[in-house]
Design a protein around this ligand. Structure first.
Ligand code: ATP
Length: 214
């Protein structure tokens, strides 16, 4: 791997991992010219209670990713005890990859708008660049942001290709619309449906075998 090639970080509950998450990782890989995207399932997300246990969510991410080039699964948040805070993960990754390596935290626009509710959120803005992916039809105007986030956005926003250094920028990226959410999938499974078009087949098999989301 090239010594300064940027690395992407996609965290999430992945309850379960679905086609929208995969599309997001692949768009980021392509648009930001990343050497790889690390998919990091949250062990104990402190703001919500996932339905499937951490080890099952990790295994579903592994199966969804399979051998896809450029995508790697990182299990550190599932192994870590206690509540999962993204800032702890980013500090570890920064120490491992060194100060010169551009690190991009990949977020959907919905996750970005909730950023000020995250533990020590302002610290993470200097550690990594943020790539905020909007779907067609969803505009991310400064007006829709909480005031503290808007101030940071106005100070840091730039085109993805113009981010300087290894962290500190916020770039807005576009991706095709994939109207899929994990909530929708859990509801479909609970209703006895098989949403085969929304999930990789290996994930649906795992859910069936382990009787998850029933
Ligand atoms: P839920 O419905 O349970 O809230 P979710 O898929 O929105 O699930 P996460 O698993 O935490 O929640 O999502 C991880 C990341 O993937 C977030 O940054 C989220 O914005 C993004 N994301 C989720 N669904 C899509 C999608 N269909 N297209 C693009 N990005 C998505």
């Amino acid at each position: 791997m090239n010594g300064t090639a940027p690395v992407g970080i996609l965290g999430g509950t992945f309850d379960p991992m679905h086609a929208g998450h995969l599309a997001l990782a692949q768009e980021a890989l392509r648009q930001l010219h990343l050497s790889c995207v690390l998919l990091i399932p949250a062990g104990g997300p402190w703001q919500r209670t996932p339905q499937a246990p951490p080890l099952d969510r990790l295994e579903m991410v592994r199966r969804a990713v399979g051998q896809m080039p450029g995508l790697q699964v990182d299990d550190r948040e599932v192994r870590r005890k206690g509540p999962t805070y993204t800032i702890d993960t980013l500090r570890e990754l920064r120490a491992e990859w060194g100060n010169d390596r551009p690190l991009w935290l990949i977020l959907g626009a919905d996750a970005f708008l909730r950023l000020p509710t995250w533990h020590r959120w302002q610290e993470l803005l200097d550690l990594v660049h943020l790539a905020v992916f909007c779907r067609p039809g969803s505009s991310l105007s400064a007006d829709s942001m909480p005031l503290a986030l808007r101030r940071e956005f106005e100070r840091r926003c730039c085109d993805p290709g113009q981010a300087q250094g290894s962290g500190g920028a916020i770039a807005i990226c576009r991706m095709p619309l994939l109207e899929i959410s994990a909530t929708q999938i859990r509801n479909a499974l609970r209703a006895g449906q098989f949403p085969a078009d929304l999930l990789p087949p290996a994930v649906l098999d795992y859910i069936e075998t382990h009787q998850l989301y029933r």
